[in-house]
Design a protein around this ligand. Structure first.
Ligand SMILES: [Zn+2]
Length: 47
């Protein structure tokens, strides 16, 4: 299984895993995650 980056469209939370969480642990939004590229995730996370 390949891990990917996901972003909550409501609060901007980044999740790294095989699939998006059903519920955002930060803001509680349901099915709010969208797939983003690793490059975008690194920009948002400021590695
Ligand atoms: Zn959220």
């Amino acid at each position: 299984m390949v891990k990917k980056y996901w972003k909550c469209t409501v609060c901007g939370d980044i999740h790294y895993g095989e699939k998006a969480p059903e519920v955002c642990p930060t803001c509680g939004a349901k099915e709010a995650y969208v797939l983003i590229s690793a490059a975008e995730a690194k920009t948002l996370l400021k590695f």
